[in-house]
Design a protein. Structure first.
Length: 190
């Protein structure tokens, strides 16, 4: 019978780091969801005493959301929602990967599946967020109030770096799977 991972002294730093990363992932996701909702649903600027906040969806100028029709706001939310859902799924699966790490199940099939799903979902979220701005402009023009919105797509070095990191995580999951396969194969020889 194996002991829980927290009793192995070699895994204690890993368990602590996984806890810290899981807390940071949860905070990041909560901030993303709150900012998404606030930017579309609350008139800006938001004034809370001496604090003045201006939250805008990507590609929409300050105060422009309040000038949109209800149908344009709904379209903006619906176009942005798939990326947010994919990001949420990716972060949840990454959190499950970290839980598996904490339990000492580093090369388990479930851990590898969580890591692959996380990398794929975050990659999908990046693609959807990149397409959000031009799709939103097309929808706003179709539902327009007379104002024309330019259709453009921006790909920044941040997005390219995130794609590289997702690719690296997917590669690491593949290496973990191959290591697991070789370990199982070698057990048959002993």
């Amino acid at each position: 019978m194996t002991q829980p991972a927290t009793t192995h002294t070699g895994l204690v730093p890993l368990v602590r780091l996984c806890n810290i990363i899981r807390v940071l992932l949860t905070l990041f996701l909560a901030v993303e969801v709150v900012f998404f909702l606030l930017s579309w649903l609350i008139p800006m600027p938001l004034v809370l005493g001496p604090i003045h906040m201006q939250l805008n969806p990507d590609g929409i100028g300050a105060g422009s959301v309040s000038g949109l029709s209800l149908s344009q706001k709904v379209a903006g939310i619906l176009i942005g929602l798939p990326g947010l859902v994919a990001l949420t799924y990716g972060v949840v699966r990454l959190g499950k990967t970290l839980i598996q790490f904490q339990q000492g199940q580093i090369f388990a099939a479930r851990t590898i599946a969580h890591l692959r799903a996380s990398a794929g979902a975050i990659f999908l979220a990046i693609m959807l967020f990149t397409l959000e701005k031009p799709l939103r402009a097309l929808a706003f023009n179709a539902l327009g109030t007379g104002k024309t919105y330019p259709v453009s797509m921006d790909v920044t070095s941040n997005e390219l770096l995130l794609i590289l990191v997702c690719s690296l995580f997917y590669l690491i999951a593949g290496v973990m799977h191959e290591g697991r396969r070789l370990s199982e194969e070698n057990e048959g020889f002993i």
